[in-house]
Every structure is written in structure tokens, then in C-alpha cells.
Design a protein around this ligand. Sequence first.
Ligand SMILES: [Fe+2]
Length: 386
Amino acid sequence: MPIYHKLGKIPAKRHTQFQKPDGSGLYYEQLFGTIGFDGMASLMYHIHRPTQVMQILDSKDLNPKLADTHQLMMRKLIGFNVQAKDDFLDSRVPLLVNKDCIIGLAAPRQSLREYFYKNADADELLFIHKGSGTLRTQLGNISFEYGDYLVIPRGMIYQIDFDTADNRIFYIESHSPIYTPKRYRNHFGQMQEHSPFCERDYKLPENLETHDEKGEFIIKIKKQNQLHSLVYQYHPFDVVGFDGFNYPWGFSIHNFEPITGRVHQPPPVHQTFQTDAFVVCSFCPRLYDYHPQAIPAPYNHSNIDSDEVIYYVDGDFMSRNDIAQGHITLHPGGIPHGPHPGAMERSIGKKETQELAVMVDTFRPLMLTEDALKLDDGKYFHSWID
Ligand SMILES: [Fe+2]
């Protein structure tokens, strides 16, 4: 996250003595970084040592149950058929998986307050389709609502509060860090003028919660697809201040300013995030192409190198028929895809689209889980036949 941010109290100089105001000793500094000491990092200051593990409890296997590992079939998954569950972690349903990422859906009914959660395997990108609330983290809180992306860097300890029980989340766990697209950043990391969004749009953590509490605090830690439960002696939100570049942040899809042209613009203009292994694009309401002979619907294209996943959020998706909110389509690499019959003709002369969707293009093929097959409509691949 290439913006310097700070909250709370920090010493004037890093790695120096930072006295507690009551004279009881020093605060405990922790470097929270990625990619060894090479990636983005923050320095946080704890009231207590962050290493005080009291017990290591059971662990649970979270390896997704794979059903189809070598597939070449266009799929449509009916996402809202995913069952709502009370617990935030139990509600997560991994659907599409490869070595680089897990893509899934969740419909949690209750706020996460019983324990804390840390994903040590992956950065998490949560897209909020339904619901609102507050992401509460060690490094401050972010309020969220419909349309927000929440980026949670690996290792961040968090809880999440929901305002109501009706929540729908499309999520990605990424084994490489999630960044904004490099081509929009200048040498200094600042978003440039041709970027469809900029730093002013970001939701940065605020309202740092600092708890000085002794007890038994369970942190569920995901590591190597196992969920370990560790009991710590102090409340993990005991940070009095931090500064740096590595922290959770948010961005609303409604703040993505679409790039349009006289003729059809390719998918990279919709790009919102990048990793080493996939990109995420936002398809937002926008004016259509304005060449007098323009065809606003996309041309057929061969995604030889990547699998394309689209999660449909709202509006009419202009290139596809029979698509509803919460559907996920998968167009595997190796075969071309394109508009449904009639979609090209239908698009001619149209001035604008209200479509809202999130696309994930992975560079390695995706495998389907057993849960994904349960949501699969089974006939989508046939729907281009004359
Ligand atoms: Fe495509």
C-alpha cells in the first residue's frame, strides 16, 4: 500500500526507547513487513510483548476439497445459493483454487467477536456485495458498505463487525501481495493522472483501538491451509501507534472512474489490483463507445494464458444473457469466449451500461472445489449455440 500512514503515538526516532507515560517501562516495537525486509512494512508499538503464547490448541484442516482439477468447461455458479452461516470463517466457501489463490464466497450472519483471525498464508481481498459494518484490526478500523473492496495484508490480526445478518462477500486469498496496478504509479509510487482512481479514494484505517487487557485471547491463524488456534496472554489490539506502508485499507468500486473510448476498450482499462499471479478488474457503470460505427459489446477473445472469473454484482451485464446478481462465470484459458447470441446486435446504438462486476484473471488454471460443482448450473457452456 504505497501511502505512508500513521495512527496513535510513536517515538520520534525508530528503534529507540519509547517510554510508557506511567514510567512502567518501554513499549514493544514490532516490524510488520512482507517479502522479507524488502516489501512494504509498518512499525507498531505494543503495550505488551506480542510473543506471549499461553497455549496451542487444536488445528483444523482448511484445504479446499477439489473436485475437478483439469477442467476445460465454461461454468456458471449460482453464488447466492451459498448457505449463510453464523461464523465468519465457517461461512467461507472456497470455489476456485490454484497454487496462487483461493476464490470464494461467504455469507456470514454474525460479527466475529469470539476470537481473532490472522491469515498468515495470504493477503485477503474482501468485496462487500451485501452488508455493512466495521473491519477492526490491530492497526485501526475501516467502516465498510456495499461496493467496498477491503485489502487485508497477510499477518494482520482482525475481527469484523456486521450491522445486520444479511451479508454477501466475494473474496480472494492471494499468496502474493495485492497491489494497485504498477502502470498507474510513478517512480515514487504516487497514482498518476491517467489512473482511474487515486489515493484520495482510499479508505485508510482510523480509530485505533488500544486494549490493555490480560486474559486468554484466542487467535485463529491460517498457515499452510491449516487453521491453528493459539491462546495469547494479552489482547492483540494493544498497539498504541504505528507508522509505515503495510496496513489494511479499503476502496469503493463506486469510486472507480471508467476509462472509455470511441471504440471498445480492452479489459486492462478496468484493472484495479495486480498480484504476481492474477489481476482484478472492476466493470462499472459507464458511457459506451462513441464511434458512429462502434460495437459496444466486446469482441470474441482467446484467453489462452489465463482463466477468467467474473462475479456479477448489479445491473445488466451487457455481453451475457441470463446473468443475475451473485452469479460467477468461469471461462477457462485455452478456448475463446465472447458475447452471447444477440448481445452484440443488442449493444449497437446503446449509450451506456449500468453493469457492475468484479473480474479476476488468473495466470494459472483454476480448479473447482466440490462446493463449486454444487453451485454449477451445468448448462452454461452450451449457451452460445445457434
Ligand atoms: Fe473476457
